[in-house]
Design a protein around this ligand. Structure first.
Ligand code: ZN
Length: 80
């Protein structure tokens, strides 16, 4: 899902979700309309869509050889 900021011809800005970029084109062809004035002269207000995916998971800890890498500072070595 992609959230686009849209703007109608008279300057109302609103946001609408689309399944993907092609869905925007489809809905625009079918007639997007401004919820404030009903105007159909609608265009994307910004070119930086927010993607509605879940938050990216934090980066995994750097992998190390389970038997220790020989670095005294290696957390794997300190656990042994
Ligand atoms: Zn409007």
């Amino acid at each position: 899902m992609i959230l686009y900021a849209l703007r109608c011809a008279c300057g109302h800005e609103f946001e609408q979700w689309f399944r993907n970029m092609a869905d925007y084109d489809t809905q625009k062809a079918e007639g997007l309309s401004c919820p404030s004035c009903g105007g159909t002269e609608v265009s994307k207000a910004i070119m930086a869509p927010r993607v509605g995916a879940s938050k990216p998971s934090p980066a995994p800890m750097p992998a190390c050889n389970p038997s220790g890498c020989g670095n005294a500072m290696c957390p794997m070595s300190q656990m042994a």
